[in-house]
Design a protein around this ligand. Structure first.
Ligand SMILES: [Zn+2]
Length: 279
């Protein structure tokens, strides 16, 4: 499932191709995504209009139009957004296609259809964006992502720290893979109750989080040229993972075999040598 780095890499890959381009036509499939396709809004507020830029908030991409409307895309589990030549063969599971005025097409492909497409129309976009943003957690690359702030957020929260990290209403964009990796880098056991961590540990976690997410974005950056390959599919990058999916492998830090357990219904990997349980 795409987490913050994959969404950010998608944004960086699209950024050279979208600003200033006019959307000349819009096509969609008849299959329902997580939300129904907003056909009327796409016709009225996206078709015929010019793209200003593309931003990201949490795991959403915000394609901003010059007149103020926003096309909001969530990649769900399997969603991919890529730039293709207009005559490139259509793929099964292409659910939305914006034809641009330079002959290229922005296509959204999603085999499992957990993704979503939303339009905030020009006259309501600012208010809708404000309401949307208030429901998302803090951005790991924002100034608010500090040890002090995380300590305050975790006050009186008994849930495991890993569950808190993955709570999208508290922290944006961290899913299962990066939660495992960040906790390993910060030498914190994933099941530690969030309110038992001290300031030093939260500071360490904030630093590790930013570093790991930034490394992943950099690793993904090398795949950006794939956007214009014949396939047009954005290549999801091979991450260098220390613990995730590595049960039994030696910990890169101390050599202890990595353990796998279940926490909150999710596969959880940790090193019993570096990540001590505190209750
Ligand atoms: Zn270790």
């Amino acid at each position: 499932m795409p987490e913050l780095p994959e969404v950010e890499v998608t944004r960086l890959g699209l950024l050279p191709h979208l600003p200033g381009r006019r959307v000349v036509s819009v096509r969609w499939s008849n299959r329902r995504l997580r939300l129904p396709m907003p056909r009327g809004l796409l016709r009225e507020w996206i078709r015929g209009h010019t793209i200003d830029t593309i931003d990201r908030r949490a795991k959403y991409l915000l394609i901003r139009m010059r007149h103020g409307s926003v096309l909001l895309v969530h990649l769900g589990m399997t969603g991919r957004l890529g730039i293709f030549a207009g005559d490139a063969p259509k793929q099964r599971h292409d659910h939305l296609c914006l034809a641009l005025d330079n002959g290229m097409e922005l296509r959204f492909n999603d085999s499992r259809r957990f993704g979503s497409i939303t339009v905030w129309p020009g006259d309501h976009a600012a208010r809708l964006e404000k309401e949307f943003s208030a429901r998302q957690g803090i951005e790991p690359f924002s100034d608010a992502f500090t040890g002090d702030h995380l300590l305050a957020l975790a006050r009186r929260r008994r849930q495991p720290v890993k569950t808190l990290l993955m709570h999208s209403g508290i922290i944006a964009g961290i899913g299962n893979i990066y939660a495992n990796e960040i906790l390993h880098a910060a030498a914190i056991h994933p099941a530690t109750p969030a309110d038992r961590l001290d300031l030093r540990q939260w500071q360490c976690l904030a630093r590790a989080g930013r570093r790991i997410l930034a490394d992943a974005i950099r690793a993904g950056g090398s795949t950006i040229s794939d956007y214009l390959n014949a396939s047009g599919a954005p290549g999801y990058f091979q991450l260098r993972l220390c613990v995730y999916g590595r049960k039994g492998d030696p910990c890169p830090t101390c050599g202890t075999p990595i353990r796998r357990t279940m926490l909150g219904g999710r596969a959880t990997f940790f090193c019993p040598g570096c990540q001590h349980r505190e209750d």
